[in-house]
Ligand binder design. Structure first.
Ligand SMILES: [Zn+2]
Length: 423
């Protein structure tokens, strides 16, 4: 579709969505009335910035179902965040929503080169989290053979991967790394297996991590993006050019805004991603602030698709550490570690405050071989990492090299930050 065609489609669907939320969701009706906005004022995507933002707290305040735009009898499914404290955030789907989501996810798998002939092992968690079931319905819609194994049970994952001839693995990048590592321990040669595609997401990761996973598993690794509040996985996906994720613009409008002023930023500038859903019936969202930091790319992609792309998420505004006034994202550290290449990409950032000074300590695992080496080489590596991190972040950090397999592994999203400061 031409850019103009996409804009027209988005404008039409935006008007319908705005009317739907105004008529069916008291929260939006009130928010519109407070700024004197009527549904008829929104005529095209150019009017998007007239609409109010929605934030996570709005979901909490309307727990569990008050943001839904359909009666409960129309819901066929709910998902929720796995938050350990307080009430979760809840999202809902009609039958049409589930159908659309399955189409979207089938499109995403196809973009990575998967077909009905593939066997897709889904090692994202199943349950209230959208990752597992979102991928599941999409892979089924594609006609692939689905192995709904969910997360965890690593040895069994690897056994079935070989026995079933898994060709596509869907999970978080940190869990993929764990699987690759365990395969080596079990004497399994993953690059020689039938596995050929990785669909990795649900946490920020770096391009160097992609290379690492591709080498260790003998695959092409693709980045997928999504969040429950917008639909789940499938909001955007990389094509085989691997140069940013195409946003599924027939379903969503993406914006990037300045996280401080909330002013929309032009394509090419870094800021917070904001999404408006265009087809969702049960849980439409208007200008939902994701807290994810990225850049939108308008230039046409070599694959020929016309949907705008988003760069891989650099971090989340709520994952962003401010250390001595400098913004630090865990993915920056990951990139440095992988570029140097003498350590394992398992790391944790430990932040503490000594007196008035923030103290950043980076725990990094070294390989078995390295650890048994002479002290002098370890000291040299520590110095190299310290210098490189200083030059990338602009602040100093203490490097603590730790023994292999001492940093806890995750079967879902990795825990990269231990913040001991009482802020
Ligand atoms: Zn492309």
């Amino acid at each position: 579709m031409s850019r103009e065609g996409i804009r027209e489609l988005q404008s039409k669907r935006l008007q319908e969505t705005v009317r739907r939320v105004y008529e069916n969701v008291p929260f939006y009706q009130k928010a519109f009335q407070e700024i004197g906005l009527e549904p008829g004022d929104i005529k095209s995507v150019d009017d998007l910035s007239k609409l109010p933002f929605t934030v996570k707290q709005d979901l909490r305040d309307n727990y569990p179902f008050d943001l839904f735009a359909v009666p409960k009898s129309e819901l066929v499914r709910v998902h929720a965040s796995s938050g350990t404290t307080g009430k979760p955030i809840v999202v809902g789907y009609t039958q049409n929503d589930i159908n659309n989501w399955a189409d979207l996810m089938a499109r995403c798998f196809a973009m990575a080169g998967a077909t009905k002939d593939d066997t897709v092992q889904i090692a994202y968690g199943y349950g209230l989290f959208t990752g597992g079931l979102g991928c599941h319905y999409g892979a089924e819609r594609l006609g692939a053979t689905v192995v709904p194994i969910s997360g965890g049970n690593t040895k069994r994952q690897l056994m079935l991967m070989q026995d079933f001839g898994t060709t596509v693995l869907a999970c978080t990048p940190s869990y993929a790394l764990y699987l690759a590592e365990e395969a080596v321990h079990m004497g399994i040669d993953l690059p020689a297996s039938q596995l050929r595609i990785g669909v990795f997401g649900a946490e920020p990761w770096s391009d160097n991590m992609r290379k690492e996973l591709e080498n260790k598993m003998g695959i092409d690794a693709y980045n997928i993006y999504g969040l429950s509040e917008v639909i789940g996985p499938g909001v955007s996906m990389e094509c085989q050019c691997k140069n940013g994720m195409h946003i599924n613009e027939d379903y969503f409008i993406a914006e990037v805004v300045d996280p401080e002023t909330l002013e929309p930023l032009p394509y090419g500038q870094k800021g917070e991603l904001v999404f408006t859903s265009l087809l969702k019936e049960a849980f439409p969202v208007i200008r939902y602030r994701t807290r994810d930091i990225s850049v939108l790319i308008e230039e046409k992609c070599d694959c020929g698709r016309t949907f705008v792309r988003m760069e891989r998420v650099a971090g989340r505004t709520d994952d962003m550490l401010i250390i001595r006034g400098v913004n630090v994202f865990p993915s920056q550290i990951e990139s440095v570690l992988l570029a140097i290449g003498e350590t394992e990409p398992h790391y944790q950032l430990v932040v503490d405050r000594k007196g008035a000074m923030d103290d950043l300590e980076i725990w990094v695992e070294v390989s078995d071989k390295m650890f048994s080496d002479e002290i002098r080489r370890l000291e040299e590596l520590e110095r190299k990492l310290r210098n490189e991190i200083q030059s990338v972040l602009g602040i100093s950090a203490k490097i603590k090299l730790v023994e292999p397999r001492t940093i806890p592994r995750s079967e879902g999203k990795a825990k990269r930050i231990v913040d001991k400061r009482e802020l």
